[in-house]
Design a protein around this ligand. Structure first.
Ligand code: TXA
Ligand code: MG
Length: 346
């Protein structure tokens, strides 16, 4: 952790005061770092969209304190929502509700729903408890520029936006350092705003799996249809480093790497099958074969490999099991143009 940013109670109170003034504060959560603003201050929320370069019709998640009054945000709290809250909050689960009419539409990207999440990270909890005495909501998308890899450390946030107070162009008033995010990929999102017509719908996979949801609700959530609310992480190209990424099966990798080497291509390799890769890659990084440990390291590893001046980041395709669903979703989007990339380099 950066000692200059280390959160003590004074710093957290100061950060909460900045939020109350309408400023932007980056804060740690257990999934990824968030770019926070007062969810009920439309100008502050607009500043988030401007800082990220995010289209105004992509809704933001509102973070709430433990035991927050959810009726303040949502028109109704269905039984299923309460069951999921009891099972998983605070934690990496976002729930989409119909939005209460006084909640500014700008935070919801103009939709009549609102996404709520109660994060478990102790620093996020402390910030939410201090902000408006625990009665506010902090709008918080991941603290990266639109389409980029999400940040899992305070340094990643500074790499994206500059150091507040040092880089005059930084849109942030402060960055709170809470160490490396434990989960490493964004929260699971479940839509409960259209229960009577669509039931519960999984909008984004994450650490909390559909099977865990089904254990609580009795049924698996459905997968999204065309009418589902917009989720920016659901765009094809998302979570992308600047270096092109190609997703390749374990079997295809050796021959492909040899061809790339024959063409003189400088490649980075991110893999998990130990010993399988006696590789020609200029840079290689072995990740865990456990999906949760892999997710924890995923974004930091992609950011690191992105700085190695390679023409390509090759990623060994993880297994298709349910435990890997969140990781596979992020990798598929980071490598949205695998075929085109390989064609250009070979
Ligand atoms: O783990 C996370 O969820 C992190 C941390 C910071 O909490 N936040 C995050 O925010 O990933 P963001 O904005 O990068 O992704 C939030 C996703 C977006 O894809 C957005 O479209 C969706 O949640 N979302 C938010 N409100 C919504 C709503 N009312 N209806 C549908 N989707 C919504
Ligand atoms: Mg994001």
């Amino acid at each position: 952790m950066n000692p200059g940013l280390y959160p003590n109670s004074e710093r957290i109170l100061a950060a909460a005061a900045l939020l109350e003034e309408g400023r932007l504060v980056a804060f740690p959560t257990e999934t990824v770092y968030g770019l926070g603003a007062d969810a009920e201050n439309p100008d502050a929320v607009r500043a988030i969209f401007a800082a990220k370069g995010r289209p105004a019709n992509h809704p933001l998640i509102v973070h709430v304190a433990r035991n927050a009054d959810l009726q303040h945000w949502a028109r109704e709290i269905p039984t299923q929502a309460q069951q999921l809250i009891d099972a998983f909050w605070p934690g990496p689960l976002t729930l989409i509700f119909s939005r209460a009419s006084h909640v500014p539409a700008v935070v919801a990207g103009g939709q009549n729903s609102v996404g709520l999440r109660c994060p478990s990270h102790p620093v996020a909890q402390a910030l939410l408890a201090a902000f408006k005495h625990g009665h506010g909501g902090i709008a918080g998308p991941s603290a990266n520029r639109f389409g980029h890899v999400s940040p899992t450390t305070a340094q990643h946030v500074i790499d994206e936006f500059g150091m507040p107070g040092v880089n005059s162009e930084s849109p942030l008033a402060c960055v709170i350092d809470g160490g490396q995010s434990e989960v490493g990929i964004e929260s699971t999102i479940i839509d409960l705003s259209r229960l009577s017509t669509h039931g519960t719908v999984l909008l984004r996979p994450g650490r909390i799996s559909p099977v865990q949801i089904a254990e609580v609700l009795g049924d698996m959530p459905a997968t999204p249809d065309r009418a589902a609310p917009r989720v920016s992480g659901s765009l094809d190209a998302h979570y992308t480093p600047d270096t092109p990424v190609a997703l390749v099966t374990t079997e295809q990798l050796p021959a492909l790497m040899q061809r790339l080497s024959v063409h003189g291509r400088r490649c980075a390799l991110m893999y998990y099958t130990q010993g399988a890769m006696n590789s020609e890659a200029a840079v290689r990084l072995l990740l865990s074969a456990d999906p949760q440990a892999y997710a924890h390291a995923l974004y930091a590893t992609l950011r690191m490999l992105d700085m190695k001046a390679c023409e390509l980041i090759l990623v060994e395709q993880p297994p298709q099991d349910e435990g890997w669903q969140g990781v596979n979703d992020r990798l598929r989007r980071a490598a949205f143009d695998s075929a085109g990339v390989l064609e250009r380099l070979l």
